[in-house]
Write a protein of this length. Structure first.
Length: 232
Protein backbone atom coordinates (compact mmCIF):
# COMPACT_ATOMS: atom_id res chain seq x y z
CA UNK A 1 0.00 0.00 0.00
CA UNK A 2 1.40 3.40 -1.01
CA UNK A 3 1.14 6.17 1.56
CA UNK A 4 0.17 9.50 -0.01
CA UNK A 5 2.96 12.06 -0.13
CA UNK A 6 0.90 14.61 1.83
CA UNK A 7 0.42 12.10 4.66
CA UNK A 8 4.16 11.35 4.79
CA UNK A 9 4.99 15.07 4.98
CA UNK A 10 2.42 15.58 7.74
CA UNK A 11 3.86 12.66 9.72
CA UNK A 12 7.38 14.02 9.40
CA UNK A 13 6.22 17.43 10.62
CA UNK A 14 4.54 15.86 13.64
CA UNK A 15 7.69 13.86 14.50
CA UNK A 16 9.86 16.97 14.11
CA UNK A 17 7.51 18.94 16.34
CA UNK A 18 7.62 16.29 19.06
CA UNK A 19 11.43 16.16 18.86
CA UNK A 20 11.57 19.94 19.18
CA UNK A 21 9.39 19.88 22.28
CA UNK A 22 11.58 17.20 23.83
CA UNK A 23 14.69 19.30 23.16
CA UNK A 24 13.03 22.34 24.75
CA UNK A 25 12.10 20.27 27.80
CA UNK A 26 15.70 19.06 28.16
CA UNK A 27 17.03 22.63 27.90
CA UNK A 28 14.47 23.90 30.40
CA UNK A 29 15.31 21.14 32.86
CA UNK A 30 19.00 22.08 32.66
CA UNK A 31 18.34 25.74 33.49
CA UNK A 32 18.13 26.82 37.14
CA UNK A 33 14.62 27.54 38.35
CA UNK A 34 14.52 31.07 39.87
CA UNK A 35 11.76 29.93 42.23
CA UNK A 36 13.58 26.97 43.78
CA UNK A 37 13.47 26.82 47.60
CA UNK A 38 17.15 27.84 47.78
CA UNK A 39 16.56 30.90 45.60
CA UNK A 40 13.55 31.93 47.64
CA UNK A 41 15.50 31.58 50.88
CA UNK A 42 18.43 33.59 49.51
CA UNK A 43 16.00 36.27 48.30
CA UNK A 44 14.62 36.44 51.83
CA UNK A 45 18.12 37.00 53.20
CA UNK A 46 18.94 39.70 50.64
CA UNK A 47 15.76 41.66 51.30
CA UNK A 48 15.77 41.42 55.10
CA UNK A 49 15.98 45.00 56.49
CA UNK A 50 17.21 43.62 59.81
CA UNK A 51 20.44 42.47 58.15
CA UNK A 52 21.35 45.27 55.78
CA UNK A 53 22.06 48.95 56.03
CA UNK A 54 20.27 51.45 53.81
CA UNK A 55 23.05 51.38 51.21
CA UNK A 56 23.20 47.61 50.61
CA UNK A 57 20.76 47.83 47.71
CA UNK A 58 23.27 50.00 45.87
CA UNK A 59 25.78 47.16 46.20
CA UNK A 60 23.26 44.64 44.85
CA UNK A 61 22.40 46.92 41.92
CA UNK A 62 26.01 46.89 40.71
CA UNK A 63 27.05 43.41 41.81
CA UNK A 64 27.46 42.35 38.18
CA UNK A 65 30.57 44.58 38.07
CA UNK A 66 32.24 42.12 40.44
CA UNK A 67 31.22 39.22 38.21
CA UNK A 68 32.72 40.99 35.20
CA UNK A 69 36.03 41.16 37.07
CA UNK A 70 35.95 37.44 37.73
CA UNK A 71 35.17 37.74 41.45
CA UNK A 72 33.46 34.67 42.84
CA UNK A 73 32.64 36.28 46.21
CA UNK A 74 32.45 39.63 47.98
CA UNK A 75 32.68 40.42 51.68
CA UNK A 76 30.21 43.02 52.93
CA UNK A 77 31.23 44.90 56.07
CA UNK A 78 29.23 47.69 57.66
CA UNK A 79 31.39 50.39 56.06
CA UNK A 80 32.85 48.77 52.92
CA UNK A 81 32.57 45.96 50.39
CA UNK A 82 35.71 43.91 49.73
CA UNK A 83 36.44 41.58 46.83
CA UNK A 84 37.49 38.02 47.51
CA UNK A 85 40.48 38.03 45.15
CA UNK A 86 43.81 38.52 46.92
CA UNK A 87 46.48 40.48 45.05
CA UNK A 88 50.13 40.19 46.03
CA UNK A 89 51.06 43.75 45.08
CA UNK A 90 49.24 47.10 45.26
CA UNK A 91 49.95 47.64 41.55
CA UNK A 92 47.94 44.55 40.59
CA UNK A 93 44.98 45.71 42.63
CA UNK A 94 45.24 49.26 41.32
CA UNK A 95 45.00 48.16 37.68
CA UNK A 96 41.84 46.18 38.41
CA UNK A 97 40.38 49.03 40.47
CA UNK A 98 40.89 51.51 37.64
CA UNK A 99 39.16 49.15 35.22
CA UNK A 100 36.22 48.65 37.55
CA UNK A 101 35.94 52.39 38.21
CA UNK A 102 35.41 52.93 34.48
CA UNK A 103 32.75 50.20 34.41
CA UNK A 104 30.94 51.81 37.35
CA UNK A 105 30.36 54.96 35.29
CA UNK A 106 27.98 53.06 33.02
CA UNK A 107 24.34 52.57 34.05
CA UNK A 108 23.57 49.48 36.05
CA UNK A 109 21.89 46.46 34.50
CA UNK A 110 18.12 46.02 34.66
CA UNK A 111 17.09 44.70 38.05
CA UNK A 112 14.38 42.23 38.95
CA UNK A 113 11.19 43.99 40.14
CA UNK A 114 11.83 43.36 43.83
CA UNK A 115 15.26 44.99 43.82
CA UNK A 116 14.34 47.66 41.26
CA UNK A 117 11.75 49.07 43.67
CA UNK A 118 14.30 49.30 46.50
CA UNK A 119 16.97 50.81 44.27
CA UNK A 120 14.59 53.52 43.05
CA UNK A 121 14.64 54.93 46.60
CA UNK A 122 18.43 55.21 46.41
CA UNK A 123 18.24 57.01 43.07
CA UNK A 124 15.49 59.33 44.22
CA UNK A 125 17.53 60.58 47.16
CA UNK A 126 20.48 61.15 44.77
CA UNK A 127 22.85 58.89 46.68
CA UNK A 128 26.48 59.52 45.63
CA UNK A 129 28.16 56.72 43.65
CA UNK A 130 30.29 54.08 45.30
CA UNK A 131 34.04 54.74 45.24
CA UNK A 132 36.22 51.98 43.82
CA UNK A 133 39.54 51.62 45.64
CA UNK A 134 42.48 49.28 45.89
CA UNK A 135 43.37 48.83 49.53
CA UNK A 136 45.41 46.69 51.85
CA UNK A 137 43.30 44.15 53.69
CA UNK A 138 44.79 44.22 57.16
CA UNK A 139 43.55 40.79 58.19
CA UNK A 140 45.90 38.94 55.86
CA UNK A 141 47.96 41.81 54.35
CA UNK A 142 46.71 41.08 50.83
CA UNK A 143 45.56 43.81 48.46
CA UNK A 144 41.91 43.86 47.46
CA UNK A 145 39.38 45.83 45.49
CA UNK A 146 36.82 47.56 47.65
CA UNK A 147 33.82 49.84 47.48
CA UNK A 148 33.34 52.63 49.99
CA UNK A 149 31.36 55.81 50.41
CA UNK A 150 31.53 58.33 53.22
CA UNK A 151 28.81 57.66 55.77
CA UNK A 152 27.45 54.58 54.02
CA UNK A 153 26.13 51.58 55.94
CA UNK A 154 26.02 48.32 54.00
CA UNK A 155 25.64 45.81 56.84
CA UNK A 156 23.88 46.57 60.11
CA UNK A 157 26.58 47.56 62.59
CA UNK A 158 24.92 45.89 65.56
CA UNK A 159 23.88 42.65 63.85
CA UNK A 160 24.28 39.79 66.33
CA UNK A 161 24.66 36.22 65.13
CA UNK A 162 21.98 35.12 67.58
CA UNK A 163 19.52 37.38 65.74
CA UNK A 164 20.35 35.57 62.49
CA UNK A 165 19.80 32.14 64.02
CA UNK A 166 16.59 33.32 65.67
CA UNK A 167 15.22 34.39 62.28
CA UNK A 168 16.64 31.65 60.05
CA UNK A 169 17.47 28.77 62.34
CA UNK A 170 20.90 27.24 62.97
CA UNK A 171 23.41 27.40 60.10
CA UNK A 172 23.67 24.49 57.72
CA UNK A 173 27.40 24.38 58.33
CA UNK A 174 29.83 26.09 60.72
CA UNK A 175 33.58 26.18 60.21
CA UNK A 176 36.55 27.91 61.84
CA UNK A 177 39.32 29.58 59.85
CA UNK A 178 42.60 30.95 61.17
CA UNK A 179 43.88 33.86 59.06
CA UNK A 180 47.56 34.59 59.53
CA UNK A 181 48.89 38.06 58.79
CA UNK A 182 52.50 38.86 58.03
CA UNK A 183 54.82 39.67 60.89
CA UNK A 184 54.11 39.04 64.55
CA UNK A 185 50.47 40.12 64.68
CA UNK A 186 48.06 37.69 66.26
CA UNK A 187 46.07 35.76 63.64
CA UNK A 188 42.34 36.28 63.30
CA UNK A 189 40.10 33.35 64.16
CA UNK A 190 36.95 33.44 62.06
CA UNK A 191 33.73 31.55 62.74
CA UNK A 192 31.86 31.09 59.48
CA UNK A 193 28.17 30.17 59.49
CA UNK A 194 26.80 29.05 56.13
CA UNK A 195 23.26 29.14 54.74
CA UNK A 196 21.68 28.29 51.36
CA UNK A 197 24.42 25.82 50.50
CA UNK A 198 27.18 28.32 51.28
CA UNK A 199 25.81 31.04 49.00
CA UNK A 200 25.61 33.36 51.99
CA UNK A 201 27.99 33.19 54.96
CA UNK A 202 27.96 35.13 58.22
CA UNK A 203 31.43 35.68 59.66
CA UNK A 204 32.40 36.46 63.24
CA UNK A 205 35.95 37.45 64.15
CA UNK A 206 37.67 37.10 67.50
CA UNK A 207 39.48 40.37 66.74
CA UNK A 208 36.22 42.32 66.67
CA UNK A 209 35.37 44.50 69.70
CA UNK A 210 32.36 42.21 70.19
CA UNK A 211 32.93 38.70 68.75
CA UNK A 212 29.21 37.97 69.13
CA UNK A 213 28.41 40.42 66.34
CA UNK A 214 28.56 39.59 62.63
CA UNK A 215 31.80 41.07 61.32
CA UNK A 216 30.91 40.62 57.62
CA UNK A 217 28.67 38.71 55.24
CA UNK A 218 30.15 36.80 52.29
CA UNK A 219 28.00 36.49 49.18
CA UNK A 220 28.42 34.18 46.21
CA UNK A 221 28.64 36.65 43.32
CA UNK A 222 27.35 34.53 40.40
CA UNK A 223 24.33 33.30 42.35
CA UNK A 224 23.36 36.69 43.76
CA UNK A 225 23.87 38.38 40.39
CA UNK A 226 21.49 35.90 38.75
CA UNK A 227 18.90 36.53 41.44
CA UNK A 228 19.14 40.33 41.50
CA UNK A 229 19.23 41.03 37.78
CA UNK A 230 16.15 40.79 35.60
CA UNK A 231 16.07 37.55 33.60
CA UNK A 232 15.35 39.43 30.38
Amino acid sequence: MTIPKSTRVFSLLVIAGIAGLLRMERVASAMPDPQTPGSLQLEKFLTDPNLWGADAVQVFAYIDRWRSEGESSIEIFSDRVVGGTKFETPEQAKVRAERMALAMKHPGAKLSPLFATSYKTVRDRKTPPLQVQSARFMEDDSYRLQWKREGAEFLKKDLAMRAVTAAYGPPEKTTTEVVQARGDRRPAVLTISEYVGGKIKFVQSDLSPDPNLVDRVILDVPTVTGLVLASH
